[in-house]
Write a protein that binds this ligand. Structure first.
Ligand code: F3S
Length: 423
């Protein structure tokens, strides 16, 4: 990489040994991916490593070194969701012991360390930092140092910001230094589409299955999706935000997509039209049959495949305010049909702390609580990712949670029937 005079001085240790180590790491990262220069980070960071797992000892050591060196991020940063919430997601004594003494034994220490280097506030823990209620919403053209895959793909695609799919720790290094190596999705070339996806379904596809199908097909490449604007329209409204959030998370987890374009809808597709598609782009046609094929291909990882579900997670990525309202109405309707007052399967909905705060002032919030549904801001994956919780028959409408855990995926309409005691 070619460095400016100031960057070279940092690398040479003129601004301290810790900053030099951070710079060296980022230079090596850039060299590895063919970057020729750095670009300045223009807005707040968002960090993926939100869990104080005891085994991550080097992380706490590095954090101490950063604090001792007096380094802080120029902008306050947000974090992925916390792994535990004993108040709203109750668990047995053994599970609690495993969580607090073994798995997440360093949570408190880690959060104290984060506060010292620029953490926004106690409500900063969510993977949907870009929602207006949370406020870490990049503008078109902003350069980011983020790593959470669902947030990166949203920021790139829906907001038109620029960010690579970084890893944990590289996100904090870029945020601290205020610079990231320029390659991949930070370049005009890297943002061009090399796949054309033709959506030919009879109705709006389930976001989580469409995203999964595209992710598994294109992997880390950039798809240009045609035919979806017919259902979603041409404006990014609340409904579209929710849809694209879930769609993107599925592309990013079932594949490794960091950016997608939706014809006539997302900013770069609107600005450049088909000019953003590479000449030799491949084509993938998705119709009702193809979606059903993908849905049916998901393996059931439960020990007893016919077990009755004991827990349901809705909200991975965290639900928007609009989704919380809509889910309340869906559950209300289904409970009425089944002549029930409460859900039959223990259900937890997850959303950002600031979104939950807004939702808690509504009539729907009271209703949802009265249905026996709990609302939390944890990361369901962190909760399920242990031998005790992970062995239970958990259901979800999240394709990301399905991919990274043993949870079983159901479509929205099926999941509401299951949790409300229907057939
Ligand atoms: Fe968010 Fe955790 Fe799912 S970070 S996307 S709730 S795995």
């Amino acid at each position: 990489m070619k460095l400016t005079k100031e960057e070279q001085e940092i690398l040479d240790g003129k601004q301290g040994e810790t900053k030099a180590k951070i710079m060296r790491t980022l230079v090596e990262f850039g060299d590895l991916f063919g970057a020729e220069e750095f670009v300045d980070v223009t807005t707040s960071g968002h960090l993926v490593t939100s869990f104080g797992i005891g085994l991550l000892k080097p992380v706490y050591r590095i954090m101490d070194e950063i604090i001792d060196a007096g380094l802080k991020t120029p902008y306050p940063f947000t974090m992925d969701p916390r792994p535990i919430d004993y108040e709203n997601v109750k668990c047995g004594l053994l599970n609690k012991l495993i969580f607090s003494k073994i798995m997440y034994s360093k949570q408190k220490l880690y959060e104290e360390q984060l506060s010292k280097i620029g953490l926004k506030d106690k409500n900063a823990f969510t993977c949907t930092c870009y929602l207006p209620e949370v406020g870490n919403t990049p503008k078109y053209g902003d350069i980011l140092s983020w790593a959470e895959s669902s947030a990166v793909v949203y920021a790139n695609s829906v907001l038109g910001a620029r960010c690579n799919r970084n890893s944990g720790m590289l996100d904090i290094f870029g945020a601290l230094l205020g610079k990231v190596p320029k390659f991949g999705l930070l370049t005009d070339e890297g943002r061009r589409a090399n796949w054309v996806i033709e959506v030919k379904t009879s109705s709006l596809p389930e976001a989580q299955i469409l995203g999964s199908a595209i992710g598994m097909k294109v992997m880390e490449e950039v798809p240009f999706v045609k035919g979806l604007d017919k259902f979603l329209g041409n404006e990014i409204n609340d409904e579209v935000v929710s849809y694209l959030k879930d769609f993107g998370a599925a592309t990013a987890s079932n594949g490794a997509v960091g950016l997608y374009h939706i014809e006539n809808l997302t900013p770069e597709a609107k600005k450049y039209g088909e000019k953003i598609i590479n000449k030799n782009a491949k084509t993938y046609v998705i119709d009702d049959e193809e979606l059903e094929r993908v849905y049916k291909s998901y393996p059931v990882m439960w020990k007893n495949k016919n077990a009755k579900p004991s827990l349901c997670f809705i909200g991975c990525p965290h639900l928007t305010y609009n989704q919380l309202i809509q889910w309340t109405h869906k559950i209300e309707e289904e409970l009425k049909k089944n002549d029930r007052k409460k859900v039959k399967v223990r259900t937890i909905m997850t959303s950002a702390p600031d979104v939950v705060l807004k939702f808690s002032k509504t009539e729907e919030y009271q209703k949802l609580k009265s249905f026996g549904v709990n609302i939390s801001s944890i990361c369901p994956l962190m909760y399920t990712n242990n031998p005790i919780a992970g062995g239970k028959p958990i259901i979800t409408n999240s394709n990301k949670l399905r991919t990274y855990s043993k949870s079983r995926y159901y479509k929205d309409d099926d999941i509401v029937k299951i949790i409300c005691g229907g057939k």
